[in-house]
Design a protein around this ligand. Sequence first.
Ligand code: HEC
Ligand code: HEC
Ligand code: HEC
Length: 408
Amino acid sequence: MKTLLNLGIGLLAATSISAYAVTGPDSYELVQKGKYIATLGDCTACHTVPGKPLFSGGVAIETPFGELLGANITPDPATGIGRWNFEEFQNTMARGHARNGKQLYPAMPYAAYTKVTREDNMALWAYLRTIEPVHNEVETNQLPFPFNIRMSMRVWNWLNFTEGEFEPDAQKSEQWNRGAYLVQGLGHCGSCHTPKNLIGGDKSSETLKGGELQGWMAPNITGVAHVGLGDWSEDDIVQYLKTGANRYDIASGPMAEAVENSTQHWRDEDLMAVAVYLKDLDHEHDKPQPLAADEPAMTAGRGIYEDRCSGCHTPNGEGIPTLFPKLANAPLVNSREAVSMIRVVLAGNRAGTTDAAPTGPAMPSFAWNLSDENVADVLTYIRNSWGNAAPAVSASEVRKQRETLQDE
Ligand code: HEC
Ligand code: HEC
Ligand code: HEC
């Protein structure tokens, strides 16, 4: 009888939260907790248009299949989620099923949020009930045919989605588990940092090993040396997520937004947990073998390097601190995808022309005097010399980038 009774009270508590604005002695703390969870989940990124009321929807989200808009998730009964109850919200976070059985698109990152505990979702729900209701009709589905058919997402889910709350690993510390919970769940870091298959699902064997977004590369953030965060200390990671910069890198583009909306507001102990978890991922990494120095692409590339590049980057790729970047044993150079490097060589880099350093060193553009083949060879050479090892670059990859740059 006792368990039944407890269950009854639990259900009662859940319904009272969902049916009315939150009241009672614990409500303030619950709502504060929920507010922090919304920050961890970065709900704002997709549900608040800058300058418009909180969570009133309408943010455009580009996907390879077309555009979606973030929904209005204020408690407005007509255009928001005012008529929902907690179970319907839980269903959305855990399965991507919205009210009345509507199947959401995975642009709403339920594939990650499914890891969030029911308890955390209750707090999040309590907080969402306290937001100012805003009347704003949003048609989220802007996709072209056939992607606009929600039924097609059932197939997607069947192929790509594994439902289930995060399960702690008893072999690991509490801190590690907290980091894993945040990275895999609320932080949805994999939605950018995990490579995707053709229909936009995660390649699960390559979790956090670097993904391509529209025009951006979200790098490998596992603790692996050579291509990932192997050289970064835990404090370096915390500093990057807290401030957007550290001694290795400055966050730009989508990551700058993630830092601004979300990670800069995370508690230090949560950032440290994330760092501990990331550093522990993929420690057993086989460094790939570099291509042999006498391969045709390597000898051709070497000639071009000595002629056109070594004057600045030095013959052994060591560079000159603060003037010419080091190419030897550098994560960017070793990354699996060469898109960023190809771009720099074709277009040059005008980063030197800031107010602080108006005539700072610049990387010249080689688009006009190196062929696609030349660029491929010199990059293949750099990517396989002085301790580097990475896949060869092909002339067709270079041609593709050249065409993209011409369109810009
Ligand atoms: C990366 C973008 C993104 C993030 C981050 C995000 N959402 Fe969403 N969300 C969407 C999109 C897009 C939709 C609409 C999907 C559709 O119509 O299929 C949506 C839909 C929803 C819905 C369903 C609304 C309805 O009327 O059907 C709820 C509830 C929701 N989101 C809550 C949240 C919460 C809570 C968070 C933070 C923990 C969050 N979302 C974070 C993109 C996002
Ligand atoms: C919306 C997409 C997106 C999300 C979500 C995202 N990132 Fe990133 N992240 C990026 C991009 C893009 C870069 C590269 C930024 C640049 O080039 O300056 C990046 C860079 C980083 C870097 C620097 C890596 C390096 O080698 O310089 C770290 C560390 C990082 N992200 C951690 C995280 C963590 C932890 C999360 C989850 C809490 C996360 N990111 C969520 C897109 C994202
Ligand atoms: C006149 C000096 C100069 C020459 C010649 C030069 N570079 Fe650069 N290179 C730079 C500078 C300066 C940067 C840094 C630009 C920035 O980030 O703003 C750079 C950046 C790069 C980067 C990006 C490195 C990183 O970690 O961000 C690559 C790759 C690169 N150069 C390759 C080459 C290749 C290949 C050649 C020859 C075809 C070459 N460079 C010739 C000065 C030069």
